[in-house]
Design a protein around this ligand. Sequence first.
Ligand code: XMP
Length: 509
Amino acid sequence: LVVVLDFGGQYSQLIARRVRELGVFCELLPFDTPIEEVLARRPLGLILSGGPASVYEPGAPPLPDGLLSSGLPVLGICYGMQAMARALGGRVEPAPVGEFGRTPLEVRESGELLAGLPTVQTCWMSHRDAVFEPPPGFRALAASPASPVAAFESTQRRLYGIQFHPEVTHTPHGRDVLERFLRRICGARSNWTPGSLVAKQIERIRERVGNERVICALSGGVDSSVAALIVHRAVGDALTCVFVDHGLLRKNEREQVVAAFRDRFQVPLVAVDARARFLARLRGVVDPERKRKIIGEEFIRVFEEQARELGEPRFLVQGTLYSDVIESGGAKGAATIKSHHNVGGLPEDLHFELIEPLRDLFKDEVRQVGLELGLPERLVWRQPFPGPGLAIRIVGGEVTEERLEVLREADAILQDEIRAAGLYRELWQSFCVLPADLRTVGVQGDGRTYGYVIVIRAVTSEDAMTADWARLPYDLIERVSQRIVAELPQVNRVVLDVTSKPPGTIEWE
Ligand code: XMP
């Protein structure tokens, strides 16, 4: 195990992911975790992340007491390096100019950390302060135009620092630097995989559950699917999955989930047909927030009814990810905090004990585990789909069965063509929107039509906080447009949304 202490850097999670990709288990802890707690985990080494603060400003997050004298190898990155330098008597000051983005790095002395790497290389920087003199007893290893000391080390004290970010792909030798730290300096072996963590989880879940029953709200998304499969491995038919068809799903979605779970994995699955009751409750509702609220409430009601019918299972499976755990508990120095909305999920005060088999995994690791467990690629790589489903894509008017049908078919055509073009995985999301009360005039077969407009929305994104509209190929857009108007008589016009986020949001409401 290696611990990354998070000083609020933009890339802290990425450092942890890279370490894990190198086959070494890694946990991310807030910078103010008491040193005893860190040491109790028996780490082989520590990494200090970057962060938005300046080491000499009041209130800058300090290094935990005793950290640098613990005897463990420590690698400071960016702010982490500067904090280390300052604590040990080096000189840190604002650089005349900051360095942002690709920067040339000159390795003057390779030392232990940079041994075997090219003397001139490119790295990724993001800083305004720089180390001007290493602490006494440290050797300066490298420099960049605005960082007189861009890397330093004291092999005797086992302390190392780099100004650049080895965790981003724009630092071509970043992986090598991390690997040297982990293997040579920390002596870590690279035998960890997400699967090994799952094996342990299965044991633990089996012990915890005993003879009790477990329930899982399966949405068909990758998180709940993988969580359900892991729990099924652990407790077999003591688990029942509940899949709620609220009528706001995409084409064939229910069939695909049933085929995967009930038929292929023989997981006990109740697929609840709640279409009529959701539609009834949405009658006459136009306001987006009311829609979300109604759908959220109704979902919980349906789920509770099912739980009652199943004799009130004691445990509930949740697909909480490591990034959710970190965000709710840690990242104290971070400059921006993400707010979650999870309509169509379950509230926290249900009377279940939680089983969260993905708590230690990042999203890409969950996908890897999903593939290892035999989950179909279609589910493993599914784009995010909001809990309230198609209801929030019928905008400015009431959600009706007819409109859902039009939207569902248009959406299926778009997905078809995007998959055929090999673009599905590259896009964060791609979907159609139906402005409900808008009709436009068209001409088809020598006749005047007055029909619906379908909007194509496709975005690229890393985390949904920001997004860019996807530059779909023109011929793909043309095929989608032609097919939608040809196959759906109610539609006579197709338009493309070319708004990024911000200022737009990904969804239309
Ligand atoms: P926006 O539209 O805010 O969406 O840019 C960001 C991401 O969140 C998804 N989304 C939701 N997910 N319940 C959900 O579970 C919701 O009410 C909801 N609204 C938006 C959206 O699809 C995108 O991935």
